[in-house]
Design a protein around this ligand. Sequence first.
Ligand SMILES: CC(C)(COP(=O)(O)OP(=O)(O)OC[C@H]1O[C@@H](n2cnc3c(N)ncnc32)[C@H](O)[C@@H]1OP(=O)(O)O)[C@@H](O)C(=O)NCCC(=O)NCCS
Length: 165
Amino acid sequence: MRAAEPGDAAVLVALAGDVTGEPEGWLLTDSAWRSVADERRYLRALRRHPHGAVFVAEIDGVVVGRLSVSRDPHPASGHVADIGLMVARGQRRTGVGTALMRAAEEWARTARVTKLELHVFPHNTPAIALYEKLGYAREGHRRAHYRRPDGSLLDAVLMAKFVAP
Ligand SMILES: CC(C)(COP(=O)(O)OP(=O)(O)OC[C@H]1O[C@@H](n2cnc3c(N)ncnc32)[C@H](O)[C@@H]1OP(=O)(O)O)[C@@H](O)C(=O)NCCC(=O)NCCS
């Protein structure tokens, strides 16, 4: 596990493309996922701003997972941060997701974030199982919260975990 570097941008965009392209629709498939240049800019900007982080999981020099965590922009909820997670299909069920989630908790402690939250689609039973195993609780069911490129709307489960400072 390590912090992502701007030089990881191309491989991270490729990973996101692979995961969003999976037929199960774990993540939203649209062209809104940033370009390599945008991802590189974002990773560079994170070095200057302590309000978020991106971690990568690397096995034998190959990036196999990405986790982003970013503090809520509202001043009254700056103790809350939102997580995004993906692991390469061929490397799942080997503890990579768990390790990335642990990295987010460590980051939270250093960033004075005491609550981590995320949205997950209700059909994403692997991810929900992971989050429940790590102590995330369901806080709500958000109806028609995300829009697919084809215009259809998707529900999302809001889950969160309190992190001791
Ligand atoms: C969800 C995801 C990140 C999990 O990553 P992972 O590296 O496979 O997770 P881990 O190996 O750390 O799994 C830890 C635990 O989660 C649960 N889990 C993970 N995948 C599961 C599955 N397919 N079925 C049931 N439980 C599962 C299990 O309890 C597992 O522990 P175990 O293997 O000892 O039984 C991965 O499946 C993924 O990238 N999916 C596509 C993108 C995605 O859905 N991202 C999350 C969006 S909210």
